[in-house]
Design a protein around this ligand. Structure first.
Ligand SMILES: [Zn+2]
Length: 278
């Protein structure tokens, strides 16, 4: 529960929001990359920016905001008892992310060879499928723990411009450590993908924490869980490696709410960690 308080306080500081009025109760980070959750009367329907979102039996729901989320979101709630619709405007705080320009790289690191395309297509399909579940599990409610010992070596949202070409931003939190360092589940859930060696990700595990929230961990040297397995927070899932496209041994932890990429640093209380490379 420390996690909840920390995030809540931080959000208050950052965006000064208070939404405890009426039936709405939201905690978490109303910020780009932020994870938040709330509660409404059971049986309510909730829309974020006009898209329906999953509401559990007890009225709890999860929200996530992407790296480039605009300044506001609209949360609409339809209550079954009053038969009324209420709409709240959420202010989503803006963040600055590191942009790094790297020139003079050999061309190979900029554009992958064509024979990768077919294999990549299969792999990205499996990743998308692994993150697609919106299950009724509530593993996300425990909060999250840092999945490995080690130093943070890369942060969410940073972007590199290689030989003048902007690459897609880095969406993970990198933790560097020696090859073989154990990796633990940041929260419990069902393993929806476990593969030993993807082209870019190396050893990869996806854990579905419920309500569309998932963790993806990659560059793993060994993967010791299998698809379909239910694991608890802190269970070992494999070890740190440098497989795939990795410069040095580390684990890259991604946090998703459905297809929205969130900042893992925020859910473990690393407040405002945005420096791209260390
Ligand atoms: Zn990374």
């Amino acid at each position: 529960m420390i996690f909840i308080r920390k995030l809540f306080l931080w959000t208050l500081l950052l965006s000064g929001f208070s939404l405890s009025a009426s039936a709405l109760d939201i905690e978490g980070s109303l910020v780009q990359g932020g994870f938040a959750y709330g509660k409404v009367a059971p049986g309510s329907t909730v829309w974020l920016d006009n898209k329906p979102i999953y509401v559990g039996e007890e009225g709890d729901f999860v929200l996530g905001f992407g790296r480039d989320h605009p300044a506001q979101s609209r949360l609409s709630i339809s209550s079954p008892t009053t038969n009324s619709m209420e709409t709240h405007t959420l202010d989503i705080a803006d963040r600055d992310f590191d942009i790094e320009r790297v020139n003079g790289l050999p061309p190979k690191t900029v554009s992958p060879p064509p024979e990768w395309a077919a294999r990549r297509k299969l792999e990205t399909g499996r990743v998308a499928k692994g993150r697609a579940a919106v299950s009724t599990d509530t593993f996300w409610k425990t909060g999250f723990i840092k999945p490995a010992k080690g130093r943070f070596s890369g942060f969410y949202g940073s972007q590199r411009i290689l030989n003048g070409k902007p690459r897609s931003p880095h969406y993970g939190l990198d933790i560097a450590g020696p090859i073989g360092t154990p990796i633990y589940a940041p929260a419990g859930g069902k393993v929806t993908l476990a593969a030993p060696d993807f082209l870019l990700e190396g050893g990869i595990v996806i854990i579905d924490h419920g309500y569309g929230v998932s963790s993806t961990l990659f560059h793993m040297d060994t993967v010791t869980v299998s698809e379909g397995q239910i694991i608890e927070q802190g269970d070992p899932i494999g070890t740190i490696g440098e497989k795939g496209r990795a410069s040095g041994p580390h684990v890259d932890w991604r946090l998703n709410w459905r297809s929205v990429r969130l900042d893992p640093a925020l859910v473990i209380g690393l407040e405002g960690a945005t420096s791209g490379t260390s």
